[in-house]
Design a protein around this ligand. Structure first.
Ligand code: ADP
Ligand code: G6P
Length: 472
């Protein structure tokens, strides 16, 4: 088997299978922040990506994408239910997002999580050449660093958590908290989105495992594990170039026309997830319509909400509630040919997303909790003429980097309404410097800068970095 000097391990591969309108099976880029971040980065880097291809049963064999080899890990129907839908997305996901939905704890799920993590570790051990750098991603695979170190002590192992790492009061609920922490400590470097997360982790390690820990270093026997904040980003230049393409500009103009040439277009783009604050946002919008502060003819809201984790009950409940509310708002405030909300659940290609970003005078990104939120960054990158206002939740990781956004607390309905109105009524003289400052920040701090800072910390000499194109 061909082995690589860089192995990325993530639950999801960057592509999954879908059925085309003509019934043929085709591969498309999977939506979600992790893939959006890593896909552009790895395109020109010789590497192996170990992950799951999205179905159940035997693992399909996938073609390479550019210089990246795809190594698929199979999930059985039971693994899918108990590992992916269960422990990963009904225990850890809600717990790590402030428990905005109640996390569930089941012993069977924990067994599946261990089993699947072991399978990923074994596949990775086979794919990595002697002394390779292995970069394990996200909450689905927190045991992999420890399991991999046992199998292959020669490797340099990094772990990066794309989602928030919760405060000790919440994490302490987990029945198997010590094992999860120990699993992560198999890494040489553990990266988080925010410094607060690294602090939470250090506190927990000291408390639960009684190891010497600061916010930068943890002593594990004779090893030192480094921890720190590495805020993930996007391919800013790629999004800017896409948004400036003549066909995308023309598409944006067409979209505006199709929306009825309103004075204001508000856009939201989310995975359909209860962490994204979609219901709170709809409520705020509905109240602004009811009070007459916003009028349907002048303003439209485009809500894109691509379905996610569709068999998990909490996600089904959310989708039903969102769709009922969109129907109610359109029924109450819309007119023939003029809905108050344009609601779309389809996945779009990058050019269509860029056109949507270009048409949006206000982008409303109001999650209740989010590790980073790349949609906010994509919007900023697409505003190449320095127009547009970003309404951004304080509880998105990106808020720490984009203080020029209109920051809101999405739990505070009045604050959310006020924030939306301020963004809608913003003076162009105020909009331009805000957007310019955010765009400049993202050109300096793009996905390559993120990878460079993480990999040079992990790999000391940074020998892998020669493959990454320069920032900007
Ligand atoms: P999360 O990782 O929780 O889904 P992020 O905002 O960090 O949230 O990342 C979402 C990613 O998925 C973005 O890159 C966004 O462009 C992409 N995405 C969201 N909705 C769609 C859609 N309808 N079609 C295609 N891509 C989408
Ligand atoms: C978030 C997680 C990713 C995940 C993505 C999409 O970004 O951090 O690990 O891939 O959501 O979710 P899904 O369950 O479809 O992989």
């Amino acid at each position: 088997m061909r082995q690589s000097s860089l192995v990325v391990v993530a639950n999801r591969l960057p592509i999954d299978d879908s059925v085309a309108p003509d019934g043929a099976c085709e591969w498309r880029r999977s939506p979600g922040g992790l893939v959006s971040a890593l896909h552009p980065l790895l395109r020109h880097t010789p590497a192996t990506w170990v992950g799951w291809a999205g179905g159940t049963g035997p693992a399909p064999s996938l073609p390479d994408i550019g210089s990246v080899r795809m190594r698929t890990v199979p999930l059985s129907g039971e693994d899918f239910r108990d590992h992916y839908e269960g422990f990963a997305n009904s225990t850890l996901w809600p717990l790590y997002h402030d428990a905005v939905e109640q996390p569930e704890y089941h012993r069977r799920w924990w067994e599946a999580y261990q089993r699947v993590n072991q399978r990923f570790a074994e596949a990775t051990a086979e794919a990595a050449e002697q002394g390779a750098v292995v970069w394990v991603q996200d909450y689905h695979l927190q045991l992999v660093p420890g399991l991999l170190r046992e199998l292959r002590p020669d490797l340099r192992i990094g772990f990066f958590l794309h989602v928030p790492f919760p405060p000790p009061e919440l994490f302490m609920q987990l029945p198997r908290r010590a094992e999860l922490l120990r699993g992560m400590l198999g890494a040489d470097l553990i990266g988080f989105q925010r410094a607060q997360a690294a602090h939470n982790f250090a506190q927990l390690v000291a408390k639960v495992l009684e190891l010497p820990a600061t916010d930068r270093r943890i002593g594990v026997g004779d090893r030192v594990v480094r921890i720190g904040a590495f805020p993930v980003s996007i391919d800013t230049a790629e999004m800017a170039a896409l948004a400036a393409r003549p066909d995308v500009v023309a598409r944006a103009q067409r979209l505006r026309h199709d929306l009825g040439d309103p004075d204001h277009v508000i856009l939201s783009v989310d995975r359909m997830d209860y962490t994204k604050g979609i219901e709170q946002r709809l409520k705020a919008y509905s109240e602004l319509l009811a009070s007459g502060h916003v009028k349907v003819r002048d303003t439209v809201l485009v809500q894109v909400a691509v379905p996610s984790r569709e068999r998990v009950t909490q996600y089904q409940i959310l989708r039903d509630r969102v769709e009922r509310e969109v129907g109610r708002i359109n029924g109450e405030f819309g007119r023939v040919g003029e809905p108050a909300i344009h609601y779309l659940t389809q996945p779009f290609d990058r050019a269509e997303l860029a056109a949507l970003y270009r048409v949006a005078d206000v982008m409303a990104v109001t999650p209740l909790r989010d590790g980073m939120n790349l949609v906010a960054k994509e919007y900023v990158a697409a505003r190449v003429d320095d127009t547009g206002s970003l309404l951004l939740s304080e509880f998105a990781g990106s808020a720490a980097e984009l203080p020029q956004a209109h920051l809101v607390n999405p739990h505070d309905l009045e604050g959310l309404k006020q924030g939306l109105l301020s963004a809608l009524e913003a003076d162009p003289a105020d909009v331009t410097p805000r957007m310019r400052a955010m765009r400049e920040h993202l050109h300096r701090n793009d996905i390559r800068a993120w990878a460079r800072s993480y990999l040079s910390a992990l790999d000391d000499g940074g020998s892998l970095l020669t493959h990454l194109a320069p920032t900007g």
